[in-house]
Design a protein around this ligand. Structure first.
Ligand SMILES: Nc1ncnc2c1ncn2[C@@H]1O[C@H](COP(=O)(O)OP(=O)(O)OP(=O)(O)O)[C@@H](O)[C@H]1O
Ligand SMILES: [Mg+2]
Length: 454
């Protein structure tokens, strides 16, 4: 990975940013600690200078000059490396004893470079000058320890910072490369999807991290998309397959009419049948279009609060005579009220389709029942019959467009009635359940209940 590429990775930038932040904080804290330590050491050094000074001063007050000089000489001998320096002057300013050059310092504290004192060391001295009886005494201590400490601490900081920076760089690169490797597989999967392979899935490592969660969410969407596309493909195939039969019938009718016309026979009947056939095809397309429009969901905006029991009652009233004419009975105990949000026209159409199915696909003598119950936050509309029913294995299939049971192929209809009911149920967020009523079929539509007319 090139450095420019590395910089584009969030993980790398994050690692670098965090390290720089920690490093800065560490530097500030260490600098503060170092300052504190230095001032403590300086105070201790001053205390030692003061102590030595006080000791010599005491000698000057208690003993004679020879003793004083002897005592200082002993101290000078004890410090051959010039870590401690002394200078004693007499009343006239003449040097009595000392291990440094002749320098005149102001009374009190001063910090003096070694060169000025004739010392070969590199470090400055911390010095105190003052009166010791009739003498002027100067005592000093080298700053070597303090300066060494400063050097050690600064070097330690430098190395630590360099090490932290390099290890971050290595860590950031490692992280970026690891993430990059996962991203590359994800990118490859997305590219496959873009080329039409909807079965491609993003890798999920199982660590449950951010990338895993996003990948899992995308995979869920892809699975749903794959299902939808497959369903669409199935629908198109079904429609193409199912429409071939009526189109063939239409062609045969026209061919027959042409043959009859060639023989000079009257073709009015054949043409009337052809018109009827094309009307059926037209109606099928109109119904398919209507289902597609319902599925598009635009009508949801026109939903109003309505009493589903009243809607079902009205449809049952209209169909009770039709059922009677077919030698069947249609009863309704949809008492209500059972309030839902919905589209009255579509719901009326759905109930009509279900009742029509019971009338059309069941023999005379069948009892058809309609009911609507409300409670526990739901409203359920049911249309049941004690006719031949639909085998449970076919319950899903009859909801597909144009699908009809083998035995119904000769009865009137297009096989779109239940598809429309399903589309309307989905639009309303309602659950559509087909149950084997043994004997017969029961269709339940379960809606979310609302509290009343708004
Ligand atoms: N109450 C029922 N009893 C028995 N079979 C039924 C019943 N309702 C539906 N079916 C079966 O399910 C199939 C699909 O029904 P659907 O309503 O979708 O189409 P259809 O009634 O054949 O035509 P149409 O488009 O005119 O409604 C029917 O062809 C029939 O075989
Ligand atoms: Mg039908």
């Amino acid at each position: 990975m090139r450095p420019a590429e590395l910089w584009r990775h969030n993980s790398f930038r994050l690692a670098l940013g965090v390290t720089l932040f920690i490093l800065t904080t560490l530097m500030l804290a260490s600098g503060f600690g170092y300052g504190l330590m230095k001032s403590q050491l300086a105070a201790r050094q001053d205390a030692r200078v003061t102590e030595i000074f006080a000791g010599i001063r005491q000698t000057s007050l208690e003993n004679d000059e020879a003793d004083l000089i002897e005592s200082i000489t002993a101290r000078i001998k004890a410090s051959p490396d010039l870590s401690t320096i002394f200078l004693l002057r007499g009343e006239g300013g003449n040097i009595l004893v000392g291990n440094i050059d002749d320098v005149t310092l102001p009374p009190g504290w001063s910090t003096v470079p070694a060169a000025k004192l004739g010392s070969a060391t590199d470090y400055p001295y911390r010095m105190f000058s003052g009166q010791a009886g009739q003498y002027t005494l100067t005592v000093g201590l080298t700053n070597a320890d303090l300066d060494d400490l400063q050097e050690i601490v600064l070097a330690a900081f430098g190395w630590a910072a360099l090490f932290a920076f390099l290890s971050t760089l290595a860590m950031g690169t490692f992280l970026a490369m690891r993430v990059q490797a996962r991203m590359a597989t994800a990118e490859a999967a997305v590219a496959r999807v873009a080329l039409g392979d909807l079965a491609a899935r993003l890798p999920v490592s199982g660590r449950g991290d951010d990338l895993d969660r996003i990948s899992a969410a995308i995979n869920t969407s892809l699975a749903r998309l794959e299902g939808l596309v497959e369903a669409m493909r199935q629908v198109s195939a079904d429609i193409a397959h199912e429409l071939r039969t009526p189109l063939n019938r239409l062609r045969i009718r026209i061919e027959n009419a042409a043959n009859l016309a060639a023989k000079g026979t009257d073709v009015t009947e054949e043409l009337a049948a052809a018109i009827l056939e094309s009307d059926t095809i037209n109606a099928t397309f109109a119904a398919l279009l209507r289902i597609a429009q319902i599925e598009a969901g635009a009508r949801r905006e026109q939903f109003v609060a309505l009493d589903l029991a009243a809607v079902l009652r009205d449809v049952a009233d209209v169909y009770s005579e039709v059922a009677e004419d077919s030698g069947q009975t249609l009863t309704s105990d949809a008492a209500g009220p059972a309030w839902v949000m919905g589209d009255k026209e579509l719901l009326t159409q759905s109930f009509a389709n279900l009742i029509e199915n019971a009338i059309r696909h069941c023999p005379p003598g069948t009892r058809i029942t309609c009911s609507a119950t409300a409670g526990m936050g739901h409203v359920t509309a049911s249309i049941g019959d004690n006719g031949p029913g639909i085998p449970p294995g076919e319950h899903d299939k009859v909801l597909r467009r144009l699908y009809r049971l083998e035995k119904s192929r000769t009865t009137e209809g297009t096989g779109l009635g239940l598809s429309l009911v399903k589309a309307v149920a989905d639009l309303h967020g309602a659950e559509l359940v087909l149950t084997d009523a043994a004997p017969g079929l029961r269709v339940d539509l379960r809606f979310a209940q609302i509290l009343g007319a708004l």
